[in-house]
Design a protein around this ligand. Sequence first.
Ligand code: ACO
Length: 320
Amino acid sequence: MDKNISAHIVSAGSYVPEQILTNKELEMFLDTSDEWITSRTGIKQRHIVPRGHNTPASELGSKAAQVALEKAGMDCSQIDGIICATFTPDYFFPSTACRIQAALGMKNGFAFDISAACAGFVYALNTANSMIISGQAKNMLVIGSEVITKTLDWTDRNTCILFGDGAGAVVVSAKEDSSRGIISSYIASDGSLGDILKLPAWGESRFMHMNGNDVFKHAVRLMSESTQKVLEDAHMDLEQIDLIIPHQANIRIIQALASLLKFPMEKIVTNMDRYGNTSSASIPIALEEAWNEGRIKEGSKVVLSCIGGGITIGSSLIIF
Ligand code: ACO
């Protein structure tokens, strides 16, 4: 292991389906209101794959990956491995990552999926970081891709209003500059909290179940703790951080996180108003937007933070 080598995010891309479902449209078939959804969640609309269309996660993921590759000025033949985070895979097998590999026309390298729900992207990034610093790979695609609307009970107003479909991808490359790149990374889980958010694989009820109040409470505490953990590991403090990109579950979770950390909301990226909660895709989609808007520049210090069903927890501290 070369101590000078670190894993750098060199580009980001995203893709969301064209069709938009607004809160107003939800009012037409659900006992809910734009006012309720906006004030409780911050969500105004979400992109969805058209109902009745079989658009798989691999299709969204490969389109996001193509954008990331173009921005990196790279060809897929230069990629050593693909990790795709998803809880809405095309198949149990082949993995969605293998399907993305095929869609990209890539014959080389390896591909596998990670299942960590909304924390999936940070789990995948953490894994790519370990593979790069241990010398197993030089260039990797890390993708979060979800077609969540397929898993929703559209008569359950507690859950179906929250989610959208989409994909985000980053190219992560080995560079001989350990003063930048992924500086610290943390993943954890608490399986004892598995029942508060789950999607059964078998049985009669194949829809997502959620205890919203429990998820809310744990999300704020665990995202705050994991943010502090990556800062401690990097011997840095919050004042040095330019941007936090949290998982886009709910604006009130993010406001509570900002308040607990005493971190200004202006330095926190939010876009759930336009996309809803896209689970493992939410952080890379927000990352690409922040980068496009010039909120991420060379030298920017950025924390990614998330929790997901499992309960899974993850944070990364990156210097761009
Ligand atoms: N429209 C109108 N009313 C609704 C809706 C809706 N879509 N959904 C629930 N209600 C009603 C409830 O039935 C309840 O009515 P009642 O008082 O007559 O019983 C009332 O609104 C209040 O319900 P609560 O559950 O207490 O509402 P709360 O303020 O807690 O908001 C919410 C619910 C938005 C789900 C909140 O708990 C939350 O944000 N939790 C976090 C969950 C989350 O973000 N999950 C995403 C997946 S997990 C992840 O990504 C980390």
